[in-house]
Design a protein around this ligand. Sequence first.
Ligand SMILES: Nc1ncnc2c1ncn2[C@@H]1O[C@H](COP(=O)(O)OP(=O)(O)OP(=O)(O)O)[C@@H](O)[C@H]1O
Length: 312
Amino acid sequence: MDELGVEAHGVTRSFGAVQALRGLELTVPYGQVTALVGPNGAGKTTLMLILATLLAPDTGQVRIAGYDLSTHPEQVRSSLGWMPDTFGVYDQLKVHEYLEFFADAYRLPRDEKGRRVRALLSLVRLEETAVRPVHALSRGQKQRLGLARALIHKPRVLLLDEPASGLDPRSRIELRDLLRSLAADGVAVLVSSHILSELEEIADRVAMVDHGRSAGEHRMTDLTSAGPAGLGGARWRIRALDPSGLVESLRVRPGFGLVSDLSGGAEVGPLTEEQAAGLLAELVAEGVRVVAYGPVGSALESAYLAMTESRR
Ligand SMILES: Nc1ncnc2c1ncn2[C@@H]1O[C@H](COP(=O)(O)OP(=O)(O)OP(=O)(O)O)[C@@H](O)[C@H]1O
């Protein structure tokens, strides 16, 4: 069986003079959640629309669930679920009718349809809104309905564009758990978001995009442990009883990248956890009286900042 839910090579797409995608590469394996990150205008939505068969690429090859997008669009559509960042049409329908409509569009057998719709309404906690019109739902409820719609035909590949933007904290946690369990069931999940701390909890891998090109794919574990050169680790904040002594000790270690003097301490990095542990042991051995020591932000944030900085 094909190991990749999504495989994109050399994808380009222009809008007039704007080159939104300039030879993009992407892989999304089954059984994992891949985060798609990049600055505003990097081309993420354009790529998502292409993967969802809603926009044609100018050039390049895309395979979804093993099917070539240009030659087998029907099979591609039946293999993928798509949750856009804005809610679609048909908002005069009642919530259950809305899901039944999409169940019919995907040709779910009659006897399965009712069961599937009820199961999905329960999964996204919308049972109580089943007979309300879609337009009367709150933004977060609409988003949850959008997710149920994307899952109606049990897709093997799931694409989500900013899925958590309107969700309350409980719904975000539920979304995270749901995406993890779908991945555990073998689904290839691609999720685009700007909320890096959230992605770090959900994702197994990250695919970075900048100026319409790939800027690297990494396993999340590589970002926190000793990762590829220049990527591993976060910044670390250190406080000591004698801050100037601390800064002195750090200055004689150019490899540890003193970021800044702070009142009461300093920030260094990026450091992997291994490097951070080594540095702490050395400082303590030298007699620096450390009172606080911890990472600032996330490893994904640091990797993202390093990527955007180097490409400015
Ligand atoms: N329909 C369109 N017509 C003209 N230009 C477009 C169109 N869609 C996208 N673009 C341009 O293509 C580039 C990539 O846009 P895209 O929406 O894919 O970026 P993005 O990474 O999703 O950004 P954001 O993080 O802000 O959502 C931008 O320069 C954008 O202005």
